[in-house]
Design a protein around this ligand. Structure first.
Ligand SMILES: Cc1ncc(COP(=O)(O)O)c(C=O)c1O
Length: 363
């Protein structure tokens, strides 16, 4: 096998080694099935066990209450931007959106195709470097829902706690911090995440939705976009992304059995993030973080070098040491280290050492 690098990609992203090894081991023949996961029916007993197992693991990890459905859907997180509005906004007065970066902005634009929205807060004036405080948020009690993105992958801003939306159902894009820390699911009406950061490969999106919101889906929404019909069919209206769901099962097994749950995972994630933010803060401005300290993401760490001309040598030298995919998004510039669950502490420590050495040689 070629040597694996430390992959700091924002997604699709690094997966846990034991998951890749198990998938590799069982790729030709799933134990007891006589065929591979890529070849069996989604209506088979074997697949039934896999999808039910993935759901049970998610329920256990997140403490998902009984009155929530767990759906495994296709179309990525972006499809949810529109689907949420199709199911919950159509026919309603309006929905409240909190815009803290690229992804919540895009979600608000998609929602506008289905109905009226109200911007509750917009982080654009400060270039999306923070999330609002509770006292900056005022929700419309008549809104169909209040929408936010718990972790903006590009800007690296994350809510330290779940905002209180009162009686308005909270809808949250948790794509890039799903399963990275415990979450009070009961505070959400709908919580969703594409899998390709912390939960599995691209191709499956997990939607956790409360029963009263499921019941709201209008009957003229086509079946594959209709939460009610998808929930009734337990995500099996048509062929679901079987391989993706299988990997979600393995990743959640890993979180439960090897990591020991989300509190343990969060501890490790906070430790990794601190290693990088300490280097940034201790660099006398050589490295500059994008997010304000109170809302720095523990998953995505965007930073700029004081001299943008150093970006290229930084990225090149990092890659030569096996520290890869560190280029920042064009809208923020500079660099970004995505340090999802499966990035080992040792990878982050190597990056921190490299950053210190690079600074010492170039300051
Ligand atoms: C927070 C967030 N929301 C939505 C998306 C879009 O996800 P997808 O490509 O699965 O549609 C991303 C992708 O990076 C993301 O980070």
């Amino acid at each position: 096998m070629e040597k694996r690098v430390y992959n700091f990609s924002p997604g699709p992203a690094v997966l846990p080694m034991p998951v890749l090894e198990e998938a590799q081991r069982d790729l030709l023949c799933l134990p007891g099935a006589g065929a591979s996961i890529l070849e069996i029916s989604h209506r088979s007993k074997t697949f039934d066990k896999i999808i039910n197992g993935a759901e049970a693991n998610l329920r256990k990890l997140l403490g998902i209450p009984e009155n929530y459905r767990v759906l495994f859907l296709q179309g990525g997180a972006l499809l949810q931007f529109g689907m949420i509005a199709m199911n919950l906004l159509r026919g309603a007065k309006s929905a409240d959106y909190v815009v803290t970066g690229t992804w919540s902005k895009k979600a608000s634009e998609e929602a506008k195709t289905q109905g009226a929205i109200r911007l509750v807060w917009d982080g654009k004036p400060t270039n999306f470097n923070r999330v609002p405080k509770q006292n900056e948020l005022s929700f419309d009690s008549g809104a169909a829902y209040a929408y936010l993105c718990s972790n903006e992958t590009i800007q690296g801003v994350q809510y330290p706690a779940v905002p209180d939306t009162g009686s308005v159902p909270l809808v949250c894009d948790s794509s890039s911090d799903f399963l990275s820390r415990p979450v009070p699911v009961e505070k959400f009406g709908l919580l969703y995440a594409c899998a390709q950061k912390n939960a599995g490969p691209a191709g499956v999106t997990i939607v956790i939705i409360r029963d009263d919101l499921v019941a709201r889906s209008p009957s003229d929404v086509p079946s594959l976009l209709n939460y009610k019909l998808l929930a009734e069919a337990k995500s099996l209206l048509n062929t679901p992304p079987t391989f993706g769901i299988y990997i979600v099962k393995l990743v959640t097994d890993w979180l439960l059995n090897e990591i020991g749950g989300l509190e343990k995972m969060a501890e490790q994630n906070r430790r990794k993030a601190k290693i990088l933010y300490d280097v940034i803060d201790g660099s006398d401005g050589f490295y500059q973080g994008h997010a304000e300290p109170g809302c720095r993401s523990i998953m995505n760490v965007p930073f700029r070098l004081r001299n943008p001309a150093s970006d290229e040598p930084f990225l090149k030298q990092a890659a030569s040491q096996g520290l890869c995919e560190l280029k920042g998004h064009r809208s923020v510039g500079g660099c970004r280290a995505s340090i999802y669950n499966a990035m080992p502490v040792e990878g982050v420590q190597l990056l921190a050492n490299f950053m210190q050495e690079f600074r010492d040689k170039n300051k």
